[in-house]
Write a protein that binds this ligand. Structure first.
Ligand code: NAD
Length: 280
């Protein structure tokens, strides 16, 4: 199972890299990208998909549980990119497998995959006796953790075969720290697991020339936390050194970097983009 000789095998950096300009390393020219959870214009997935269009991707597939056709139409008209919509439930392996096969059928391959779809925990404390915590816990894990696993497993096989590929997972700063007052234990647990899945898979992906990293956003004004009591949100926001929530465009650069050759030596990283929240 394990190699007999564990000493690192020296490999030279790809010669083509040093010949390209830094600006060119951020290009996605000719690449096929998939972004899950990208139906909402205010959302993180939409900003990542838009960045990929702007970086010259040949095709972008946007997946969502809610029909992402409108978002696909908007992006493709604005950027003259082949953006296609796929209605997918990432919480089942069958749905993920079918969608991956369909994208490969439509575009020929997958070079970049962003596992971004997610739900939040709206139930409050797991100790709250009125809540049906078990059902909610399983639903959150099915989307935020198992969904990422199904994506990584299925796209990883493609990356292994083609000996290249970049995956980006949307984790959260909630996978690194716990805010006060804590009301979202299951979410924190799922996102922490995503960070460790990133690191574990990075070691495997590296063996066949692919990479996997995650982004840990802080409080973003995407609509996902609109359900929250304003008082709680204000309490949390007061602790952001930047003094405000972020907007999706402020994450686009992170998703672009991790998807491109600019990050060819970045593997297993958890890139925190949180206005400084995790610093104190
Ligand atoms: P968003 O609501 O725009 O994005 C989430 C998307 O996931 C939605 O479009 C939703 O329809 C989709 N989705 C939900 N369940 C799905 C399923 N089973 N299959 C396919 N799609 C499904 O909100 P967002 O803030 O952009 O969230 C994107 C990701 O960022 C999530 O994983 C979230 O946990 C993470 N995140 C958000 C914040 C924040 O403050 N907004 C902070 C850290 C991490």
């Amino acid at each position: 199972l394990y190699p007999n000789d564990l000493s690192p095998i020296p490999k030279p950096p790809p010669a083509s890299l040093s010949k390209r300009s830094t600006f060119d390393l951020f290009s996605l020219k000719g690449k096929i990208c998939v972004v899950t959870g990208a139906a909402r214009e205010r959302g993180i997935g939409y900003a990542a998909a838009e960045a990929y269009c702007e970086a010259g991707a040949k095709g972008v597939a946007i997946w969502d549980y809610n029909d992402p056709s409108e978002a696909a139409k908007k992006l493709s008209e604005k950027h003259h990119t082949d953006v296609r919509a796929y209605k997918v439930d990432v919480s089942t392996d069958k749905s993920v497998k079918e969608a991956i096969n369909q994208v490969v059928k439509d575009f020929g391959t997958i070079d970049v995959f962003v596992a971004n779809a997610g739900v939040v925990w709206e139930t409050g404390s797991i100790l709250n006796p009125e809540n049906d915590n078990d059902k909610d816990w399983h639903h959150l894990m099915d989307v935020d953790l198992n969904g990422v696993y199904y994506c990584a497993k299925n796209v990883g096989k493609i990356f292994k075969k083609q000996k290249s590929g970049a995956m980006v997972i949307t984790a959260s700063m909630s996978g690194l720290i716990v805010n006060f007052p804590n009301l979202q234990t299951p979410y924190n647990v799922a996102k922490a697991a995503c960070i460790h899945m990133t690191k574990s898979l990075a070691v495997e992906f590296a063996q066949f020339g692919a990479r996997i990293n995650c982004v840990c956003p802080g409080y973003m004004d995407t609509g996902l936390s609109d359900f929250l009591d304003k008082k709680i949100l204000d309490t949390w926001c007061q602790m952001i050194p930047a003094g405000r929530q972020g907007v999706n465009k402020e994450l686009a650069g992170a998703y672009l970097y991790l998807a491109t050759d600019a990050a060819s030596y970045t593997n297993g990283a958890a890139l925190v983009v949180d206005g400084g929240y995790c610093c104190p």
